[in-house]
Design a protein around this ligand. Sequence first.
Ligand code: HEC
Length: 109
Amino acid sequence: MFAAMKKLRTGSLIVTGMLFAALAGVSAPLTLPLPPETVQFKPGKGAEIAGAQCVLCHSADYVSIQPALPRAFWQANVQKMREKYGAPLPEPLVAPLVDYLTKTYGKEK
Ligand code: HEC
C-alpha cells in the first residue's frame, strides 16, 4: 500500500517535470541556462536611468533595434511608456533619459 503510493508520487513528479520541459520547448528535463544578456544599454550619461527604468517590461533591445530616430520620437516614446504602458519613470528623469536616448540611439534634429 505504502509502496504503491510512493510509486504514484514519483510518477507524478516525472509528469510534472515533463510538463515543464514541454512548456520550455525542450525535450529533456535538464537545467535550462538562460542565454547571457548580450544586448544592454550602451554606456553614456543617463545610461543608468535606462538600465533601471527601461528593462522592467522588455529588454534593452527594444531600444537598440530602433533606427536612428530624432529626439521627437524618443520624447514621444518615453511619454508613451509612462502614460500608456505605465512605466514608473519619475517625471524629473524624463528629460535626461530622452537626452541619453537621442544621443546614444537616435540623431539630433
Ligand atoms: C522609460 C524606459 C523605456 C524605454 C526607453 C522604452 N520602454 Fe517600452 N514597451 C512596453 C510595451 C508594452 C511595448 C510594446 C510592446 C509591443 O508592441 O510588443 C514597449 C515598446 C517599446 C519600444 C518599441 C517601440 C514601440 O513604441 O513599441 C521602445 C523603443 C521602448 N518600449 C522603449 C512597456 C514598457 C514598460 C512596462 C510598464 C516599461 C517600464 C517600459 N516599456 C519602459 C521603456
